[in-house]
Ligand binder design. Structure first.
Ligand code: URA
Length: 202
């Protein structure tokens, strides 16, 4: 099966998921979107109001900012892949609960296993803590490259946080500008063959 076909199969599973109570309040699950062949994966927190309505990640205000920041470094969302920690919107956009994250985690790990990104840009603390496996402070680690055996993590502030706290906008933009350099280096390094069982080995 191609990556596209594998993702489609997983998407269908996610769309009919009822493993936690969020399925009762969602309009629809938001699986993720982008280029399955991309070496860069962005991982956000959870769908918001517009994502829940449209079934696509980052289509609201935070998504517009994400597109702008990507555009500034010469990228569009067609070239990358975007997913979230949670596939369903928490009511009133509240923070994801620990048990919701645990229940939804296999879907994100499977997406990573299929896409095999070299670089995972975490947007916000929930994606960082989940994929790094430790609750390191985003205020200290944003913009720092965290290499792993399977993929490198590049922690970024969440675009929605930068919209609510204008002081975070400049560091977020600077981290994106540095991302352009990291991506250039990435182009000169071949992808590593990864085993799914190694994904959590950070
Ligand atoms: N915020 C997220 O974390 N994900 C989305 O898809 C939209 C907003």
């Amino acid at each position: 099966m191609s990556k596209k076909e594998e993702l489609q199969k997983l998407k269908e599973e996610v769309e009919s998921c009822s493993r936690c109570a969020l399925h009762l309040s969602r309009t629809q699950a938001v699986f993720g979107m982008g280029n399955p062949e991309s070496r860069i994966l962005f991982v956000g927190e959870a769908p918001g109001y517009y994502e829940d309505l449209q079934g696509l990640p980052f289509v609201g205000q935070a998504g517009k900012l994400l597109d702008k920041l990507l555009g500034e470094i010469g990228f569009s969302r067609k070239e990358i892949y975007i997913a979230n920690v949670l596939k369903c919107r928490p009511p009133k956009n509240r923070d994801p609960l620990p048990q919701e994250i645990e229940i939804c985690k296999p879907y994100l790990l499977k997406q990573i296993e299929i896409i095999q990104p070299s670089l995972v840009c975490t947007l916000g603390r929930f994606a960082l803590h989940l994929l790094y496996g430790k609750k390191i402070p985003i205020s200290k680690f944003h913009g720092k490259v965290l290499p792993g055996d399977i993929f490198t993590i590049y922690p970024l502030f969440h675009p929605a946080a930068a919209l609510h706290q204008p002081a975070l906008y400049t560091p977020l933009r600077e981290d994106f500008l540095n991302l352009a350099k990291i991506l250039k280096e990435l182009k000169s390094t071949p992808p590593v063959e990864k085993k799914p069982t190694q994904i959590t080995l950070f």
